[in-house]
Design a binder for this molecule. Sequence first.
Ligand SMILES: Cc1ncc(C[n+]2csc(CCOP(=O)(O)OP(=O)(O)O)c2C)c(N)n1
Ligand SMILES: [Mg+2]
Length: 756
Amino acid sequence: MFAVVPDPIPARMKGLNRAEICDANFQQFVRDWEGPRAAAPAEDAPILHGSALDARGFRELFESQLISRHLDLMARVLRVQNKVFYTIGSSGHEGNAMVARVTRHTDPAFLHYRSGGFMAERFRKVPGMDPVMDSALSFAASADDPASGGRHKVWGSKPLWVLPQTSTIASHLPKALGTAIAIEHARRIGHALPVPADSIVVCSFGDASTNHATAQTAFNAAAYTAYQKLPAPVLFVCEDNGIGISVKTPEGWIARNFAHRPDLDYFAADGLDLGAGYGQVARAVEHCRRMRRPTFLHLRTVRLMGHAGTDFEIEWRALGELCAVEASDPLLRSAAIALQSGLMSKQDLLALYETTRARCFAAAEDADSRPRLTRLDDVMAPLAPYSPGPVHEEATRVPDAAARLAAFGSEAALPERQPPKHLAVQINQTLHDLFAKYPEALLFGEDVAKKGGVYTVTKGLQKAFGGRRVFNTLLDETTILGLAQGFANMGMLPLPEIQYLAYFHNAGDQIRGEAASLQFFSNGQYRNPMVVRIASLGYQRGFGGHFHNDNSIAALRDIPGIVIGCPSRGDDAATMLRTLTAMAKVDGRVCLFLEPIALYMAKDLYAAGDGGWSTTYPTPDQAMPFGEARVYDADATDLVVLTFGNGVPMSLRAARAIEAERGWRVRVVDLRWLLPLNEGEIARHVGECARVLVVDEGRRSAGVGEGIVTAIAEAGFGDVPLRRVVGADTFTPLAGAAFLVIPSEADIVTAALAMV
Ligand SMILES: Cc1ncc(C[n+]2csc(CCOP(=O)(O)OP(=O)(O)O)c2C)c(N)n1
Ligand SMILES: [Mg+2]
């Protein structure tokens, strides 16, 4: 394109750092420029004949490109001095500044890690902000970093509506789509949005990332939405540099794969050339905003200076090829436009280049002199906020009486007036109450609407509150959890349902890597509150097999920042759900509510017809304190059983047998809160009792039981007589064999009696 490829390659270039080469190339290119020069254009005249971009726009975009470039060059230099801790750069992608220019700073953005140009340009939209300093603080992991507080080098900003991303590729696409859908959904439920109603969502990523399952599911869900004529104003920006680390994307693959996808409207733009690309980018953005349709913008870019500072391309890539890529540096093209249009002289341009460099280095040195995170408490501060007083107040705040009446039909039908009921009914009633309380609450998932879910737990909810608040999604857990994040980002209260715990796992990254990490990586500035209901655990008699009896709480327990509650009976479910919802509302927490499927319909405890596991509905002014256990026979001290879920009624029944056999009185503690575990409560019961039995229906390895035993040991009760009754380290087989792999009541009795 522009003749910079030296041929043959001089030996002196072979050992050189490619960042230095790009730097030198630019300066030499300007100095050597001998092309024609027009008279300087007026500010509002096209920068080049026929260009949609005017001179002012060009100058600002070019400045944004230079800021991005010099941040990269600065990072390469200062990384080796330990002043900067991140070198994945934006060089070659600076044309993404065009996307920022033609969108608004209130269009929520979920960005690729090569978004230096985009950010520098978006910073212009809010006067008084400094892209160089803010970025330098993030590069330096300074505690003053306004994006993440020094937790990560992220592209993020609260005032600029850039929600920070970690660099797991493609994981942000489902929530970007979710946010776009939420923008449109708000109007349908009368919810006031935090951004203008005609906002679009910008979501950028690389070419290789498009192949990821998480990306593909977002494209599919976007098209699925548009196909039904439902709006989904998301602008997917594929920054195609033709490579992912060292693996080339087959030539033409992106266009082949996306140019003709039904219901994903394709636009291509030259991200290497501001003059040509600007109008193309603007057309894609206008289309997305006006048509409210998912739009795929294929932006041509190159990758300069390797994948990251640690990637020495020279070791694995042909030098001629490297030089060819460097010759298509978009900054060379911008320099050519600046000179050719008469907008800048060579001296102006070189001076701007150097002042931008100096600005970036000065900011980096300043950032390096600022404090970093040095205390664990400070690192963790935004991870799991908890305000007990306000949470309690919110959880016990009673819904409007008229709204309750409308939800339940009549005074006589109010749930607290009904006789004792089982778990499934009480969850259902609680959801009705929560919907009456929170007009912004939405419930969605697979089969949840008319059918009311596989177990009819949500039955009647759609009828009572309408299809806009209770609706079926397509069959994809990643999308369900992406939608949840999107609704939360727009201020709604999502209550997504995952049909079975086994199906959470394949989408778990949406909670583990994304939802749970948002407060942490945004230093508490962004939050995506939600309560995820998951039908869980084993012991089902009607519907067997592994996937309907999944007991892996281990896969959830190590996700930082989340709350996991697991009730074993209906009244606890009601008061726990209220607390979880309040934690989501007040502290923005991501909460998981595990519903033991096998107890949904359990009405009796000891004998058929005794009604021992049916409970009355707690009035809506009652809520369960976070972390509080339910204790059965609190005065018993011979043996304490620490358990949860199905283990609770089983242990209560086993307790009778143990008492009959040994004369011991047995205390049964339903922990109810599985993450965080209430270690103080565990220690208290162990301290008061002579023996301890841990009943954990999860697997032996990494199950909740391990956490309980650790809490006991760490509290100094290492020599208390203790046994564990746990599930086997195996998958769950079908039919009767299922009961061989999980604890039985007989196992509990046997383990207890084996203790001295
Ligand atoms: C889920 C996941 N798998 C692997 C990686 C490691 N990784 C980081 S970037 C990258 C290549 C991405 O290429 P592309 O999407 O084309 O973006 P580019 O870096 O070229 O801009 C890979 C494999 C990752 N970050 N996330
Ligand atoms: Mg790429």
